[in-house]
Ligand binder design. Structure first.
Ligand code: CS2
Length: 476
């Protein structure tokens, strides 16, 4: 890709970090090279590589999903390079040429190459972004051993990240035997702990106590909080990059100007000096994770279905809708922040920043993207606030309103009466949520979504059912 980028006459608009790619060694294997990784971690690493003493931190980008192999072949053709466009709320726009993914492996077709990479002693970190659902843990953090993908992986297939970690770590333990850090970069609470518990259960299912012991001794699983709003890549953006730089970049990504990465300082092997490029290393990530998940993500989740029901297309439009703007602020100030309680994060100031980010009209973040995958998001993002307010003896009215709007959305979406497409990988789990007493009961008592709350706080069931009636009356 460097070739055709160099041919462009607009090169002065494209910034590039000052390092020779040939001099870079790989120090990180990353599983799941989606848009978020390309707009976030790969960008931090790209900046890090410009520091002379940090040139051992190139990324080996690995695809693990057969359905992505074709797109990944394109990424390999581009030698892992692409243009990142960032846009601020005031319109300031930047284009950067990102080159940090120095090697690319399609693990779906060549898994043994991934094993060799993970086993290599130069690799100090395995990072992952495989989405919230990619860890296959239920509400009690039990690995879903009955899930066909996990079942097959225990028998030797390669569907999930566990199969790749298993094979790679096994080889590492038998060859280089070097310590390593597995750094989860997905948007889950306590993401490092979740990755560890998922992997240990996988090893138990494989009955590999030897490797389990090795992992206990040689691997660390720091938690991390990752943040950058990265809209789904659009054709319009691909066209913009082509018009501007004369390249057909199919891997280009676009995001907001804001970026944040907070990482627990717990590295089994060498630690990259990411603090040089703005990463915060902290002893305890939990307060940062909680603030982000309960204010940013839950804010998105509780507003987005209402935005869809109102026929809005872009999320910033929701922020300009007076009713939704008020709702968002009430939800955060009445439910989210009180449920968090004391925090080292200045939550009111954090909320202001998020409100500004949500209003960024230049990134074109869609309601459709944020509506995606609701079934996996509610328990992670919204449940803690719900539970927190009930435990404090209150009623989380605004949270209930947000949840109810999701129910209404599901109902109208099934009838083809909302224009926002609903991408829901767990569609089967929604089948019982019909619009009648039985369906509402199934929804308000769903264990995956609400855990023990319905039995611990029986008022919740009736209060959510009421909120659903109100929401249905408003939108249906
Ligand atoms: C969004 C996130 O999809 C969602 O629910 O809240 O993708 C959000 O944009 C990112 O977490 C921002 O870092």
């Amino acid at each position: 890709m460097s070739n055709f980028l160099q041919a462009s006459s607009n090169m002065e608009q494209l910034s590039v970090q000052n390092y020779a790619k040939d001099a870079i060694q790989a120090g990180i294997v990353h599983l799941g090279v989606g848009a978020f990784h390309r707009a976030h971690q790969a960008v931090y690493i790209d900046r890090l590589l410009a520091h002379d003493a940090q040139q051992k931190w190139g990324i080996i980008g690995v695809n693990i999903r057969p359905q992505d192999s074709q797109a990944f072949a394109r990424f390999i053709e581009q030698k892992g390079e692409y243009v990142l466009k960032t846009m601020a709320a005031d319109g300031e726009t930047n284009y950067e040429h990102i080159r940090s993914i120095v090697e690319q492996i399609d693990g779906a077709s060549a898994p043994e190459k991934v094993d060799a990479a993970i086993a290599d002693a130069n690799i100090q970190l395995v990072t992952s972004t495989v989405t919230e659902g990619g860890y296959y843990l239920d509400e009690k953090r039990r690995l879903m051993l009955e899930h066909p993908a996990i079942k097959a992986d225990v028998e030797g297939a390669r569907n999930t990240l566990y199969a790749f970690l298993y094979a790679g770590l096994k080889r590492r333990s038998e060859t280089s035997n070097a310590k390593i850090t597995l750094l989860c970069c997905d948007n889950l609470r306590h993401n490092g702990e979740l990755l560890k518990t998922g992997l240990m259960q996988f090893l138990a299912a494989k009955e590999d106590t030897k490797l389990a012991h090795w992992v206990e001794e040689n691997v660390s699983f720091p938690c991390s909080m990752v943040d950058r709003i990265t809209p789904k890549p659009s054709q319009q953006h691909v066209d913009d990059v082509r018009a501007r730089f004369g390249v057909d970049d199919q891997m280009t990504v676009m995001g907001e100007d804001f970026i944040q990465w907070v990482v627990e300082d717990n590295f089994a092997g060498t630690k990259p000096a990411l603090d040089l490029v703005g990463v915060q290393f902290v002893k305890d990530v939990v307060p940062f994770e909680e603030a982000k998940i309960r204010i940013l993500n839950a804010g998105h989740t509780c507003v987005t279905y209402q935005a869809a029901l109102k026929g809005l297309t872009y999320f910033d439009e929701a922020m300009r809708d007076p009713e939704l703007n008020q709702y968002f602020s009430d939800f955060i100030l009445q439910d989210s922040i009180p449920a968090i309680g004391d925090s080292v994060v200045n939550l009111e100031a954090y909320f202001d920043i998020i409100a500004r980010r949500f209003s960024n009209a230049n990134i074109g973040d869609t309601v459709e993207r944020i509506c995606t995958d609701g079934y996996a998001k509610f328990p992670i993002f919204v449940f803690p606030t719900l539970e927190g307010i009930y435990r404090k003896g209150g009623t989380p009215n605004k949270t209930l309103e947000g949840i109810a709007s999701w129910f209404t959305f599901i109902h109208l979406s099934n009838q083809g009466k909302v224009s926002t497409p609903y991408h829901e990988p767990n569609k089967a789990s929604l089948a019982a949520f019909s619009h009648d007493a039985a369906g509402i009961h199934a929804f308000t008592t769903d264990r995956y979504l609400w855990g023990n709350l319905p039995t611990e706080f029986p008022d919740f069931v009736a209060q959510l059912a009421n909120a659903i009636q109100t929401s249905m009356a408003k939108y249906v």
